[in-house]
Write a protein that binds this ligand. Structure first.
Ligand SMILES: *[C@@H]1O[C@H](CO)[C@@H](O)[C@H](O)[C@H]1NC(C)=O
Ligand SMILES: *[C@@H]1O[C@H](CO)[C@@H](O)[C@H](O)[C@H]1NC(C)=O
Length: 478
Protein backbone atom coordinates (compact mmCIF):
# COMPACT_ATOMS: atom_id res chain seq x y z
CA UNK A 1 0.00 0.00 0.00
CA UNK A 2 2.67 2.44 1.15
CA UNK A 3 4.77 1.62 -1.88
CA UNK A 4 1.85 2.25 -4.13
CA UNK A 5 1.15 5.69 -2.76
CA UNK A 6 4.78 6.61 -2.91
CA UNK A 7 4.75 5.94 -6.63
CA UNK A 8 4.74 9.47 -8.09
CA UNK A 9 2.54 8.65 -11.08
CA UNK A 10 -0.15 6.95 -9.01
CA UNK A 11 0.04 9.71 -6.50
CA UNK A 12 -0.56 12.20 -9.26
CA UNK A 13 -3.47 10.15 -10.58
CA UNK A 14 -5.02 9.82 -7.14
CA UNK A 15 -4.76 13.52 -6.47
CA UNK A 16 -6.18 14.40 -9.86
CA UNK A 17 -8.98 11.89 -9.32
CA UNK A 18 -9.87 13.46 -6.00
CA UNK A 19 -9.66 16.90 -7.53
CA UNK A 20 -11.79 15.79 -10.43
CA UNK A 21 -14.46 14.28 -8.20
CA UNK A 22 -14.48 17.45 -6.12
CA UNK A 23 -15.05 19.38 -9.29
CA UNK A 24 -17.79 16.98 -10.32
CA UNK A 25 -19.52 17.19 -6.94
CA UNK A 26 -19.24 20.96 -7.02
CA UNK A 27 -20.70 21.28 -10.49
CA UNK A 28 -23.48 18.86 -9.57
CA UNK A 29 -24.35 20.95 -6.56
CA UNK A 30 -24.51 24.18 -8.51
CA UNK A 31 -26.53 22.48 -11.20
CA UNK A 32 -28.99 21.35 -8.53
CA UNK A 33 -29.24 24.86 -7.18
CA UNK A 34 -29.61 26.30 -10.63
CA UNK A 35 -32.42 23.88 -11.44
CA UNK A 36 -34.24 24.86 -8.24
CA UNK A 37 -33.72 28.54 -9.00
CA UNK A 38 -34.93 28.05 -12.53
CA UNK A 39 -38.21 26.67 -11.18
CA UNK A 40 -38.94 29.61 -8.88
CA UNK A 41 -39.58 33.33 -9.24
CA UNK A 42 -38.13 35.69 -6.66
CA UNK A 43 -40.74 38.39 -6.39
CA UNK A 44 -40.57 41.77 -4.71
CA UNK A 45 -43.94 42.34 -3.07
CA UNK A 46 -43.89 46.02 -4.01
CA UNK A 47 -43.80 45.05 -7.70
CA UNK A 48 -47.19 43.35 -7.31
CA UNK A 49 -48.89 46.43 -5.91
CA UNK A 50 -50.29 49.13 -8.18
CA UNK A 51 -48.01 52.13 -8.80
CA UNK A 52 -49.32 55.65 -9.23
CA UNK A 53 -46.75 56.75 -11.83
CA UNK A 54 -46.57 55.59 -15.43
CA UNK A 55 -43.23 54.00 -16.40
CA UNK A 56 -43.52 53.13 -20.10
CA UNK A 57 -41.92 49.91 -21.27
CA UNK A 58 -38.52 50.36 -22.92
CA UNK A 59 -38.48 47.00 -24.70
CA UNK A 60 -40.75 45.95 -27.53
CA UNK A 61 -41.06 46.82 -31.18
CA UNK A 62 -41.46 50.59 -30.91
CA UNK A 63 -39.69 51.00 -34.24
CA UNK A 64 -42.21 48.90 -36.12
CA UNK A 65 -44.58 51.15 -38.05
CA UNK A 66 -47.89 49.38 -37.49
CA UNK A 67 -47.59 49.45 -33.72
CA UNK A 68 -50.03 50.94 -31.24
CA UNK A 69 -49.26 51.57 -27.59
CA UNK A 70 -51.37 49.43 -25.25
CA UNK A 71 -52.28 50.71 -21.80
CA UNK A 72 -54.41 49.33 -19.00
CA UNK A 73 -57.71 51.16 -18.85
CA UNK A 74 -57.47 51.99 -15.16
CA UNK A 75 -53.71 52.57 -14.74
CA UNK A 76 -51.68 55.81 -14.63
CA UNK A 77 -50.57 55.40 -18.27
CA UNK A 78 -54.17 55.84 -19.39
CA UNK A 79 -55.78 59.20 -19.73
CA UNK A 80 -58.90 57.35 -18.61
CA UNK A 81 -57.47 56.61 -15.18
CA UNK A 82 -59.20 59.70 -13.80
CA UNK A 83 -62.54 57.99 -14.45
CA UNK A 84 -64.88 58.50 -11.54
CA UNK A 85 -66.07 55.01 -12.32
CA UNK A 86 -62.74 53.19 -11.81
CA UNK A 87 -63.95 49.84 -10.47
CA UNK A 88 -62.52 47.97 -7.49
CA UNK A 89 -60.82 44.63 -8.09
CA UNK A 90 -63.93 43.01 -6.66
CA UNK A 91 -66.10 44.70 -9.31
CA UNK A 92 -63.59 43.83 -12.05
CA UNK A 93 -63.78 40.17 -11.01
CA UNK A 94 -67.59 40.26 -10.96
CA UNK A 95 -67.67 41.73 -14.47
CA UNK A 96 -65.07 39.17 -15.50
CA UNK A 97 -67.42 36.39 -14.42
CA UNK A 98 -70.21 37.93 -16.54
CA UNK A 99 -67.92 37.95 -19.55
CA UNK A 100 -66.98 34.33 -18.93
CA UNK A 101 -70.66 33.33 -18.56
CA UNK A 102 -71.52 34.93 -21.88
CA UNK A 103 -68.51 33.38 -23.66
CA UNK A 104 -69.73 30.00 -22.40
CA UNK A 105 -73.19 30.85 -23.69
CA UNK A 106 -71.92 31.94 -27.09
CA UNK A 107 -69.79 28.82 -27.56
CA UNK A 108 -72.38 26.39 -26.26
CA UNK A 109 -75.85 27.98 -26.15
CA UNK A 110 -77.73 24.71 -25.71
CA UNK A 111 -75.76 23.46 -22.72
CA UNK A 112 -75.69 26.87 -21.09
CA UNK A 113 -79.43 27.38 -21.52
CA UNK A 114 -80.15 23.98 -20.00
CA UNK A 115 -77.83 24.83 -17.14
CA UNK A 116 -79.68 28.07 -16.47
CA UNK A 117 -82.97 26.23 -16.45
CA UNK A 118 -81.57 23.79 -13.92
CA UNK A 119 -79.80 26.46 -11.87
CA UNK A 120 -81.58 29.39 -10.28
CA UNK A 121 -83.38 32.46 -11.52
CA UNK A 122 -80.45 34.72 -10.76
CA UNK A 123 -78.27 33.20 -13.47
CA UNK A 124 -80.86 33.95 -16.12
CA UNK A 125 -80.27 37.65 -15.54
CA UNK A 126 -76.56 37.25 -16.14
CA UNK A 127 -76.57 35.54 -19.46
CA UNK A 128 -77.78 37.17 -22.62
CA UNK A 129 -76.55 36.21 -26.04
CA UNK A 130 -73.54 38.27 -26.94
CA UNK A 131 -70.48 38.78 -24.85
CA UNK A 132 -69.73 40.69 -21.70
CA UNK A 133 -66.87 43.09 -21.78
CA UNK A 134 -65.39 42.56 -18.40
CA UNK A 135 -63.55 45.62 -17.27
CA UNK A 136 -59.94 44.71 -16.65
CA UNK A 137 -59.32 45.62 -20.23
CA UNK A 138 -56.62 47.19 -22.35
CA UNK A 139 -57.00 50.11 -24.69
CA UNK A 140 -55.28 51.45 -27.81
CA UNK A 141 -55.62 54.76 -29.64
CA UNK A 142 -56.20 55.00 -33.35
CA UNK A 143 -57.87 57.52 -35.64
CA UNK A 144 -60.95 57.60 -37.80
CA UNK A 145 -62.17 59.86 -40.61
CA UNK A 146 -60.75 62.71 -42.73
CA UNK A 147 -59.45 64.85 -41.13
CA UNK A 148 -58.60 62.10 -38.68
CA UNK A 149 -59.96 62.07 -35.15
CA UNK A 150 -58.22 60.14 -32.37
CA UNK A 151 -60.24 57.51 -30.49
CA UNK A 152 -59.34 55.27 -27.53
CA UNK A 153 -60.83 51.83 -28.03
CA UNK A 154 -60.93 48.71 -25.85
CA UNK A 155 -59.15 45.98 -27.80
CA UNK A 156 -60.85 42.63 -27.75
CA UNK A 157 -59.85 39.34 -29.37
CA UNK A 158 -63.19 37.89 -28.20
CA UNK A 159 -65.42 39.97 -30.50
CA UNK A 160 -65.41 41.13 -34.10
CA UNK A 161 -67.30 44.35 -34.74
CA UNK A 162 -65.39 47.61 -34.24
CA UNK A 163 -67.64 50.47 -33.17
CA UNK A 164 -67.44 53.96 -31.75
CA UNK A 165 -70.03 56.38 -30.41
CA UNK A 166 -71.24 58.79 -33.11
CA UNK A 167 -72.88 62.17 -33.29
CA UNK A 168 -75.70 63.04 -33.15
CA UNK A 169 -76.09 60.27 -30.51
CA UNK A 170 -79.73 59.93 -31.59
CA UNK A 171 -80.59 58.00 -28.40
CA UNK A 172 -77.76 57.88 -25.84
CA UNK A 173 -74.01 58.30 -25.75
CA UNK A 174 -72.26 57.67 -22.43
CA UNK A 175 -69.59 60.13 -21.37
CA UNK A 176 -66.26 59.57 -23.14
CA UNK A 177 -62.82 61.17 -22.92
CA UNK A 178 -62.29 61.88 -26.65
CA UNK A 179 -64.71 64.14 -28.54
CA UNK A 180 -67.50 61.96 -29.98
CA UNK A 181 -66.90 61.07 -33.64
CA UNK A 182 -68.97 63.23 -35.97
CA UNK A 183 -69.58 61.62 -39.39
CA UNK A 184 -70.73 64.90 -40.95
CA UNK A 185 -67.24 66.34 -40.36
CA UNK A 186 -65.50 63.52 -42.24
CA UNK A 187 -65.17 63.78 -46.02
CA UNK A 188 -64.49 60.03 -46.35
CA UNK A 189 -67.49 58.78 -44.31
CA UNK A 190 -70.25 56.76 -45.94
CA UNK A 191 -73.26 54.73 -44.82
CA UNK A 192 -73.43 51.04 -45.72
CA UNK A 193 -76.56 50.06 -47.64
CA UNK A 194 -79.02 47.45 -46.37
CA UNK A 195 -78.58 45.34 -49.51
CA UNK A 196 -74.79 44.96 -49.23
CA UNK A 197 -73.07 41.65 -48.41
CA UNK A 198 -71.27 43.30 -45.51
CA UNK A 199 -74.61 44.28 -43.97
CA UNK A 200 -75.83 40.67 -44.10
CA UNK A 201 -72.57 39.54 -42.45
CA UNK A 202 -73.60 41.38 -39.30
CA UNK A 203 -75.84 38.45 -38.35
CA UNK A 204 -72.90 36.16 -37.63
CA UNK A 205 -70.66 38.95 -36.33
CA UNK A 206 -73.08 40.36 -33.77
CA UNK A 207 -75.55 37.51 -33.30
CA UNK A 208 -78.38 39.86 -34.35
CA UNK A 209 -79.98 40.33 -37.74
CA UNK A 210 -79.26 43.82 -39.06
CA UNK A 211 -82.01 46.41 -39.34
CA UNK A 212 -82.66 48.95 -42.08
CA UNK A 213 -83.36 52.67 -41.74
CA UNK A 214 -83.95 54.67 -44.96
CA UNK A 215 -81.66 52.26 -46.86
CA UNK A 216 -78.91 52.47 -44.21
CA UNK A 217 -77.84 49.21 -42.55
CA UNK A 218 -78.39 49.24 -38.77
CA UNK A 219 -76.30 47.04 -36.45
CA UNK A 220 -76.99 46.08 -32.86
CA UNK A 221 -74.60 44.26 -30.54
CA UNK A 222 -75.24 43.45 -26.93
CA UNK A 223 -72.69 42.30 -24.41
CA UNK A 224 -73.29 40.82 -20.94
CA UNK A 225 -74.21 43.10 -18.06
CA UNK A 226 -76.76 44.77 -20.35
CA UNK A 227 -74.03 46.68 -22.23
CA UNK A 228 -74.86 47.35 -25.87
CA UNK A 229 -74.27 49.53 -28.93
CA UNK A 230 -76.81 50.19 -31.71
CA UNK A 231 -76.30 52.46 -34.70
CA UNK A 232 -75.54 52.86 -38.39
CA UNK A 233 -73.20 50.46 -40.10
CA UNK A 234 -70.62 52.70 -41.78
CA UNK A 235 -67.33 53.00 -43.61
CA UNK A 236 -64.53 55.49 -43.16
CA UNK A 237 -60.74 55.74 -43.24
CA UNK A 238 -59.02 54.09 -40.27
CA UNK A 239 -55.54 55.39 -39.44
CA UNK A 240 -53.33 53.08 -37.38
CA UNK A 241 -50.17 55.13 -37.93
CA UNK A 242 -49.05 57.69 -40.50
CA UNK A 243 -47.92 54.90 -42.82
CA UNK A 244 -50.86 52.61 -42.05
CA UNK A 245 -54.07 53.97 -43.41
CA UNK A 246 -57.01 51.64 -44.10
CA UNK A 247 -59.59 53.23 -46.44
CA UNK A 248 -63.27 52.18 -46.33
CA UNK A 249 -63.01 50.40 -43.00
CA UNK A 250 -66.36 48.94 -41.84
CA UNK A 251 -67.41 49.93 -38.32
CA UNK A 252 -70.45 50.68 -36.20
CA UNK A 253 -71.38 54.32 -35.77
CA UNK A 254 -73.18 54.03 -32.42
CA UNK A 255 -76.32 56.09 -31.79
CA UNK A 256 -77.40 54.28 -28.65
CA UNK A 257 -74.61 53.04 -26.42
CA UNK A 258 -74.79 51.98 -22.82
CA UNK A 259 -72.77 49.89 -20.43
CA UNK A 260 -69.34 49.11 -19.09
CA UNK A 261 -67.18 50.92 -21.61
CA UNK A 262 -65.74 53.36 -19.08
CA UNK A 263 -64.72 56.60 -20.77
CA UNK A 264 -63.42 54.88 -23.89
CA UNK A 265 -64.84 55.70 -27.32
CA UNK A 266 -65.81 52.10 -28.13
CA UNK A 267 -64.31 48.79 -29.08
CA UNK A 268 -61.75 47.35 -31.53
CA UNK A 269 -62.81 43.83 -32.59
CA UNK A 270 -59.85 41.46 -33.17
CA UNK A 271 -61.83 38.21 -33.47
CA UNK A 272 -61.61 35.82 -36.41
CA UNK A 273 -64.99 36.55 -38.02
CA UNK A 274 -65.29 38.30 -41.41
CA UNK A 275 -65.91 41.84 -40.16
CA UNK A 276 -63.09 42.01 -37.58
CA UNK A 277 -60.19 44.37 -38.21
CA UNK A 278 -58.04 41.24 -38.71
CA UNK A 279 -60.20 40.06 -41.62
CA UNK A 280 -60.74 43.54 -43.06
CA UNK A 281 -56.99 44.22 -43.24
CA UNK A 282 -56.10 40.70 -44.47
CA UNK A 283 -54.55 41.93 -47.72
CA UNK A 284 -52.35 44.43 -45.95
CA UNK A 285 -51.25 42.45 -42.87
CA UNK A 286 -51.94 38.85 -43.90
CA UNK A 287 -54.20 38.21 -40.89
CA UNK A 288 -51.22 38.54 -38.58
CA UNK A 289 -51.05 40.59 -35.41
CA UNK A 290 -49.27 40.49 -32.08
CA UNK A 291 -49.46 42.16 -28.74
CA UNK A 292 -47.79 42.42 -25.38
CA UNK A 293 -49.82 43.25 -22.28
CA UNK A 294 -47.74 45.16 -19.71
CA UNK A 295 -46.72 43.58 -16.38
CA UNK A 296 -48.68 46.19 -14.44
CA UNK A 297 -51.21 48.92 -15.03
CA UNK A 298 -48.39 51.47 -14.62
CA UNK A 299 -46.48 50.20 -17.66
CA UNK A 300 -47.20 50.05 -21.38
CA UNK A 301 -47.38 47.31 -24.00
CA UNK A 302 -48.08 47.20 -27.72
CA UNK A 303 -50.44 45.95 -30.40
CA UNK A 304 -48.79 45.40 -33.77
CA UNK A 305 -50.32 44.53 -37.14
CA UNK A 306 -48.32 42.51 -39.66
CA UNK A 307 -45.27 40.27 -39.44
CA UNK A 308 -42.25 42.54 -39.13
CA UNK A 309 -39.74 42.01 -36.33
CA UNK A 310 -41.21 39.04 -34.49
CA UNK A 311 -38.85 37.51 -31.91
CA UNK A 312 -36.71 34.52 -32.95
CA UNK A 313 -37.63 32.83 -29.66
CA UNK A 314 -41.24 32.64 -30.78
CA UNK A 315 -42.78 29.18 -30.33
CA UNK A 316 -45.99 28.34 -32.18
CA UNK A 317 -48.92 26.17 -31.17
CA UNK A 318 -51.64 25.39 -33.72
CA UNK A 319 -55.11 26.92 -33.55
CA UNK A 320 -57.65 24.12 -33.28
CA UNK A 321 -61.35 23.52 -33.67
CA UNK A 322 -64.09 25.57 -35.19
CA UNK A 323 -63.15 28.30 -37.65
CA UNK A 324 -66.66 29.69 -37.60
CA UNK A 325 -66.80 31.43 -34.21
CA UNK A 326 -64.96 34.58 -33.23
CA UNK A 327 -62.81 32.78 -30.71
CA UNK A 328 -59.23 31.54 -30.93
CA UNK A 329 -59.00 27.91 -29.75
CA UNK A 330 -55.76 26.21 -28.71
CA UNK A 331 -54.93 22.91 -26.93
CA UNK A 332 -53.55 22.66 -23.40
CA UNK A 333 -51.55 19.43 -22.96
CA UNK A 334 -50.39 19.96 -19.39
CA UNK A 335 -49.39 22.34 -16.60
CA UNK A 336 -46.42 22.22 -14.23
CA UNK A 337 -45.86 23.97 -10.90
CA UNK A 338 -42.19 24.28 -9.89
CA UNK A 339 -40.64 20.93 -10.80
CA UNK A 340 -43.94 19.05 -10.58
CA UNK A 341 -45.98 18.10 -13.60
CA UNK A 342 -49.64 18.19 -12.50
CA UNK A 343 -51.51 14.87 -12.67
CA UNK A 344 -54.26 16.01 -15.06
CA UNK A 345 -55.66 13.55 -17.59
CA UNK A 346 -55.29 15.09 -21.11
CA UNK A 347 -58.97 14.24 -21.77
CA UNK A 348 -59.93 16.90 -19.17
CA UNK A 349 -58.72 19.67 -21.50
CA UNK A 350 -59.71 17.85 -24.68
CA UNK A 351 -63.40 17.61 -23.74
CA UNK A 352 -63.86 21.34 -23.23
CA UNK A 353 -61.27 22.99 -25.45
CA UNK A 354 -59.52 26.22 -24.54
CA UNK A 355 -59.63 29.72 -25.97
CA UNK A 356 -57.17 32.58 -25.59
CA UNK A 357 -58.89 35.90 -24.90
CA UNK A 358 -57.55 39.43 -24.38
CA UNK A 359 -60.69 40.54 -22.57
CA UNK A 360 -61.07 37.87 -19.87
CA UNK A 361 -58.97 38.84 -16.87
CA UNK A 362 -58.45 35.61 -14.90
CA UNK A 363 -57.68 32.26 -16.59
CA UNK A 364 -60.50 29.72 -16.18
CA UNK A 365 -59.65 26.02 -15.91
CA UNK A 366 -61.80 22.89 -15.85
CA UNK A 367 -62.53 21.94 -12.20
CA UNK A 368 -60.22 18.88 -12.19
CA UNK A 369 -57.30 20.90 -13.59
CA UNK A 370 -57.91 23.75 -11.17
CA UNK A 371 -57.95 21.32 -8.21
CA UNK A 372 -54.62 19.83 -9.27
CA UNK A 373 -53.12 23.31 -9.72
CA UNK A 374 -54.19 24.72 -6.36
CA UNK A 375 -53.31 21.54 -4.47
CA UNK A 376 -49.73 21.61 -5.77
CA UNK A 377 -49.34 25.40 -5.51
CA UNK A 378 -50.51 25.33 -1.86
CA UNK A 379 -48.12 22.48 -1.10
CA UNK A 380 -45.16 24.45 -2.49
CA UNK A 381 -46.26 27.68 -0.78
CA UNK A 382 -46.96 26.19 2.65
CA UNK A 383 -44.20 28.25 4.31
CA UNK A 384 -46.27 31.39 3.73
CA UNK A 385 -49.29 32.29 5.86
CA UNK A 386 -52.56 31.98 3.97
CA UNK A 387 -55.17 34.71 3.62
CA UNK A 388 -58.94 34.58 3.11
CA UNK A 389 -60.43 33.95 -0.33
CA UNK A 390 -61.26 37.05 -2.36
CA UNK A 391 -64.15 37.01 -4.83
CA UNK A 392 -63.52 34.16 -7.32
CA UNK A 393 -59.93 33.68 -6.05
CA UNK A 394 -59.51 31.06 -3.33
CA UNK A 395 -55.75 30.52 -2.96
CA UNK A 396 -54.44 33.61 -1.18
CA UNK A 397 -51.47 34.57 0.98
CA UNK A 398 -50.56 37.19 3.54
CA UNK A 399 -47.15 38.62 2.52
CA UNK A 400 -47.30 41.45 5.05
CA UNK A 401 -44.06 40.42 6.75
CA UNK A 402 -42.07 39.88 3.55
CA UNK A 403 -40.33 42.17 1.09
CA UNK A 404 -39.56 39.31 -1.31
CA UNK A 405 -41.11 35.86 -1.73
CA UNK A 406 -40.24 32.76 -3.78
CA UNK A 407 -43.08 31.42 -5.84
CA UNK A 408 -43.03 28.30 -7.98
CA UNK A 409 -43.04 28.89 -11.72
CA UNK A 410 -46.12 27.82 -13.64
CA UNK A 411 -45.48 26.42 -17.10
CA UNK A 412 -48.26 25.60 -19.58
CA UNK A 413 -47.64 23.03 -22.30
CA UNK A 414 -49.71 23.75 -25.40
CA UNK A 415 -50.30 21.66 -28.54
CA UNK A 416 -47.08 20.91 -30.43
CA UNK A 417 -45.32 20.63 -27.05
CA UNK A 418 -44.91 24.40 -26.76
CA UNK A 419 -43.94 25.34 -23.22
CA UNK A 420 -44.89 28.78 -21.93
CA UNK A 421 -43.40 29.96 -18.65
CA UNK A 422 -45.73 32.54 -17.10
CA UNK A 423 -44.25 35.77 -15.74
CA UNK A 424 -44.74 36.19 -11.97
CA UNK A 425 -47.20 38.98 -12.80
CA UNK A 426 -49.17 36.24 -14.57
CA UNK A 427 -49.33 34.05 -11.46
CA UNK A 428 -50.27 36.33 -8.58
CA UNK A 429 -52.71 39.20 -8.24
CA UNK A 430 -52.48 41.51 -5.21
CA UNK A 431 -55.42 43.10 -3.46
CA UNK A 432 -52.89 44.51 -0.98
CA UNK A 433 -49.73 43.12 0.65
CA UNK A 434 -51.78 41.13 3.15
CA UNK A 435 -53.95 39.52 0.50
CA UNK A 436 -52.17 38.23 -2.61
CA UNK A 437 -53.96 35.51 -4.56
CA UNK A 438 -53.20 32.90 -7.18
CA UNK A 439 -54.69 34.48 -10.32
CA UNK A 440 -56.62 31.46 -11.58
CA UNK A 441 -60.25 30.43 -11.20
CA UNK A 442 -62.31 27.33 -11.68
CA UNK A 443 -65.07 26.84 -14.26
CA UNK A 444 -68.38 26.02 -12.60
CA UNK A 445 -68.92 23.05 -14.87
CA UNK A 446 -66.59 20.39 -16.31
CA UNK A 447 -68.13 21.00 -19.76
CA UNK A 448 -67.27 24.73 -19.83
CA UNK A 449 -64.52 25.92 -22.17
CA UNK A 450 -61.14 26.81 -20.65
CA UNK A 451 -60.02 30.42 -21.11
CA UNK A 452 -56.47 31.81 -21.07
CA UNK A 453 -57.07 35.26 -19.60
CA UNK A 454 -55.11 38.48 -19.89
CA UNK A 455 -53.36 38.31 -16.49
CA UNK A 456 -51.59 35.13 -17.58
CA UNK A 457 -50.51 36.73 -20.88
CA UNK A 458 -48.71 39.64 -19.21
CA UNK A 459 -45.25 40.53 -20.64
CA UNK A 460 -45.44 37.72 -23.21
CA UNK A 461 -45.27 38.58 -26.88
CA UNK A 462 -48.38 36.82 -28.24
CA UNK A 463 -48.59 36.36 -32.01
CA UNK A 464 -51.86 35.57 -33.80
CA UNK A 465 -50.88 34.11 -37.16
CA UNK A 466 -54.50 33.61 -38.18
CA UNK A 467 -53.72 32.83 -41.83
CA UNK A 468 -51.01 30.36 -40.79
CA UNK A 469 -53.35 28.74 -38.24
CA UNK A 470 -51.01 29.20 -35.28
CA UNK A 471 -50.50 31.16 -32.09
CA UNK A 472 -47.01 32.17 -30.98
CA UNK A 473 -45.54 32.94 -27.57
CA UNK A 474 -42.21 34.47 -26.62
CA UNK A 475 -41.03 35.85 -23.27
CA UNK A 476 -40.11 39.48 -22.65
CA UNK A 477 -42.40 41.19 -25.16
CA UNK A 478 -42.69 44.40 -23.11
C1 LIG B 1 -76.57 57.89 -43.04
O1 LIG B 1 -77.85 57.35 -42.74
C2 LIG B 1 -78.57 58.07 -41.76
C3 LIG B 1 -79.89 57.34 -41.54
O2 LIG B 1 -80.55 57.09 -42.72
C4 LIG B 1 -78.78 59.52 -42.22
O3 LIG B 1 -79.43 60.24 -41.19
C5 LIG B 1 -77.43 60.17 -42.52
O4 LIG B 1 -77.61 61.45 -43.04
C6 LIG B 1 -76.68 59.32 -43.54
N1 LIG B 1 -75.35 59.89 -43.74
C7 LIG B 1 -74.78 59.99 -44.93
C8 LIG B 1 -73.45 60.65 -44.98
O5 LIG B 1 -75.32 59.60 -45.93
C1 LIG C 1 -56.39 43.88 2.31
O1 LIG C 1 -57.52 43.43 1.56
C2 LIG C 1 -58.41 42.61 2.29
C3 LIG C 1 -59.46 42.12 1.33
O2 LIG C 1 -60.16 43.20 0.75
C4 LIG C 1 -59.00 43.40 3.44
O3 LIG C 1 -59.86 42.59 4.19
C5 LIG C 1 -57.87 43.91 4.34
O4 LIG C 1 -58.38 44.74 5.35
C6 LIG C 1 -56.84 44.69 3.53
N1 LIG C 1 -55.68 44.97 4.36
C7 LIG C 1 -55.06 46.15 4.36
C8 LIG C 1 -53.85 46.26 5.20
O5 LIG C 1 -55.46 47.10 3.67
Amino acid sequence: MASLISCPLLNFLLISFTFLSLLLIKSHASEGRKSIESHYHTVEISSLLPASVCSPSVTGPSKRPSTLKVVHRHGPCSKHSQDKATPSLDEILTHDQSRVDSIQYKINPKIETDKIKIKNKKAALLVESGEALGSGNYIVSLSLGTPKKSLSLIFDTGSDLTWTQCEPCARVCYEQQDPVFNPTESTTYSNVSCSSTQCSRLSSTTGNNPGCSTKTCVYGIQYGDQSFSIGFFSQDTLTISSSDVVPNFYFGCGQNNQGLFGNTAGLLGLGRDALSIVSQTAQRYGKYFSYCLPSSSSSTGHLTFGKGGVSRNMKFTPFVGSQSTSFYFIDILGISVGTTQLPIRPSIFKTTGTIIDSGTVITRLPPAAYDALTTEFRKQMKMYPSAPAYSILDTCYNFNKYTTVHIPKIVFTFGGNVKVDLAFSGILIAINSSNVCLAFAENSDASDVGIIGNVQQKTLEVVYDVAGGQLGFAPGGC
